[in-house]
Ligand binder design. Sequence first.
Ligand SMILES: [Zn+2]
Length: 348
Amino acid sequence: MNRNFKKDQVETMKLVTVLSVLVLIMLVLALTLMNNLEYPAANTDPQTQYMELPALENMPLESAKETLDSLDISYEVIPTQSRVANRVERVEYTGKDEDGKRLYEIGTTVKLHANEVGTDKVIYLTFDDGPMVRYDLDMTVYYTTEELLDVLDEYGVKATFFLAGYQMVKNDRSHFVNELYEKGHLIACHSYSHDFGKIYDSTDDFISDVKEFESALENILGKDKYGSIGKYIRFPGGTESNGIIFGDESLEYINAIRGEGYKVYDWTILTNDADDSYRLAGESDKDYFMRSVKEGLEGAKGKNKPLILLMHDKKAMTDVLPDILDHLIDEGYYFDTLENCPEYTTAE
Ligand SMILES: [Zn+2]
């Protein structure tokens, strides 16, 4: 009796141990499952060791690197044949496409095709006052914006267009605004009226003029596209505008517009395509613009300022732009939009 009781006790203990182990295993399984449910490990699939790769094309190189670093994905930068500075042009990776997703094989290296260029070799091309039209002697209409876009396409580079609101709302020109957007150029503000007397009367007048520009731009582009571009402005005449605003008053205007979320840009190099006062006797547009650019580049050396080239959306410029681009390329420069450029004003 006693012995049987002991035997039963041992059997019971064995059963309890087995059950305890089973419960423990089930608990571990349940926890693992819950953990997986709670964290589906974002885009990873532990069995295949793949992970979804985010879209990196056309992203500034620095942002793409940060994205990959945060995902613990290793990468290398491969230079391209283009003149595009610091922007991802193509992404190469080991993996597969599935349901429109790019699955990258974990542990392999992603190749970012991009030109990694120091700031002293980046030129920011900027065109003011467009979209613009010109008439030939027989009154044939030509759109200089279109001509500039053709040249930029041919060279495969992007520029920043500081548009004037009153020009872009004209019926025959608003489609250029969409075209600039679609082609990846940066659309920026150059006021609505471009009327110095009106906009530089007070900071309130300035801001309401800029607000008019904003609603005009939103009307043309639509809410989504409009919302996707940042706020960049060039003051008509620059932040120290022909003696109308300067010094502390310029700073008031700059601070007021920054309060509206804008980044402000003057220029460091110019073609003088809107100012004949430095033209030598008998000097052609081409010689004058080229000389101005070369002197500007020379003057900017060692100054640690961004190389922002001021041009205008006008006939003379469309004719000389290829020569300017050829020269800059020969000198080893690459191009970018102001999106990746620190703010620059002469007033500060
Ligand atoms: Zn202007």
